[in-house]
Design a protein around this ligand. Structure first.
Ligand SMILES: Nc1nc2c(ncn2[C@@H]2O[C@H](COP(=O)(O)OP(=O)(O)OP(=O)(O)O)[C@@H](O)[C@H]2O)c(=O)[nH]1
Length: 370
């Protein structure tokens, strides 16, 4: 491959509901000299392709997708567009490519976009999903979350949430309650106001801090926040007022799975297989770090979207003193107790009311409460 390109190339996905301020933020971001060799892929929606005109520093960087619903038809094209970028690099038609930013249409469910980046065999070695930045409008964000489950998913899958238009909101309580709602939906994501957020570092959500070259596991897993906000919402739960007014929100939940010791690779693999085959449709994101029994000094990094797992990668060393296995899951209608018990069955000795591993591998339906 072209020596000018360091594969895999990080891909950032910029999402957020219609008019939330994605293009405005992107225009500001692209002024940062650190983002010079960035390709921007803008997904168009509607008859008139106006978005690319709004991206000022576009010239040869913008690759336009044709109109259509992102969830279905454009998925194939996005893959083609990314493959074309690799081709251009290899043939020298592009000299350098340091990053790709994909701006999704405001109406889109971002999950298929993430899946097409992570799951396509032709792209898997060329690109890595760095992170998802979700833009939420302080004026209309709350109404969008109430009305559209896509807006809720955009927030739930985010690594970072950027709040725009707070300059238009006088009511501090309104702003605080929107922020609290966003934190409930996605306790692991970093929440920022747009002022000050428009710098290259906003896009760097991955495990490695490119400045220090060290892994920042806690930030990447969103752990510090996630610990204080365990959600145990299930599809059948009722949350009174909250449930009644925010019915989409109640379906979203995050949970952490923690195991103190090292685990054999086969255990991790089987647990993930079962988790993805039974809960894949409900999982929005999964991230984690694993201490492997076979090689405890080099942690295994797990990263996935729905049923798709990024090829597991190894870190050269543990970034800090904390070892063991930590998985963070965000899902919609995810049966949290089932997942906790499934994990426990794999990593611990079986208890009286928990079927053992062998029984479960033979019959994954053995755990009640799915
Ligand atoms: N006052 C204020 N206006 C903003 C802010 N961010 C964006 N806007 C305005 O909001 C409108 C929509 O912004 P865009 O950046 O086009 O939003 P978008 O999310 O790209 O929109 P779509 O591509 O249509 O989904 C524009 O008129 C922007 O100028 C902000 O922080 N404050």
């Amino acid at each position: 491959m072209n020596p000018q390109a360091a594969f895999p190339i990080p891909v950032s996905v910029l999402t957020g509901f219609l008019g939330a301020g994605k293009t405005t933020l992107l225009n500001r971001l692209l002024k940062d000299p650190e983002l010079t060799d960035t390709a921007v892929i803008i997904n168009e929606f509607g008859d008139v392709a106006i978005d690319h005109l709004l991206v000022e520093k576009a010239s040869d960087g913008v690759i336009e997708l044709s109109d259509g619903c992102l969830c279905c038809t454009v998925r194939g094209e996005l893959v083609d567009t990314l493959a074309d970028l690799v081709d251009r690099l290899q043939t020298g038609r592009i000299q350098r490519l340091a990053r790709v930013v994909i701006e999704t249409t405001g109406l889109a469910d971002p999950v298929p976009v993430l899946q097409s980046i992570m799951g396509h065999p032709a792209l898997i070695h060329a690109f890595r999903l760095d992170g998802v930045i979700s833009v939420v409008d302080a004026v209309n964000g709350s109404a969008s979350l109430d009305a559209h489950v896509e807006a809720v998913k955009q927030v739930a899958v985010a690594d970072r949430i950027v709040l725009t238009k707070s300059d238009l909101v006088d009511d501090a309580d309104w702003l605080e309650s929107l922020k609290a709602r966003l934190t409930r939906l996605n306790p692991g994501a970093e929440l920022r106001e747009v002022e000050g957020a428009a710098v290259a570092r906003l896009l760097q959500c991955g495990l490695y801090d490119p400045a220090t070259k060290t892994a920042d596991v806690r930030r990447w897993l969103g752990e510090a926040a996630a610990h204080d906000h365990h959600h145990h919402h299930g599809p059948g739960d009722h949350h009174g007022h909250d449930h009644a007014t925010h019915h989409h929100d109640a379906r979203v939940g995050s949970l952490s799975l923690v195991h103190a010791g090292a685990l054999p690779f086969s255990t991790v693999e089987m647990f993930l297989d079962l988790l993805l085959s039974t809960q894949g449709d409900k999982l929005l994101r999964i991230k984690g770090i694993v201490e492997l029994a076979e090689d405890p000094s080099r942690p295994l990094v797990i990263h996935g979207v729905q049923k798709m797992l990024h090829p597991p990668a190894r870190l050269p060393a543990w970034p800090d003193a904390v070892r063991g296995t930590r998985l963070v899951l965000i899902g919609i209608d995810l049966p949290q107790d089932y997942v906790q018990r499934l994990f426990a069955a794999f990593v611990n000795k079986p208890t009286i009311d928990t079927p053992d591993r062998e029984a479960m591998e033979n019959n994954p339906l053995a755990i009640a409460g799915r």
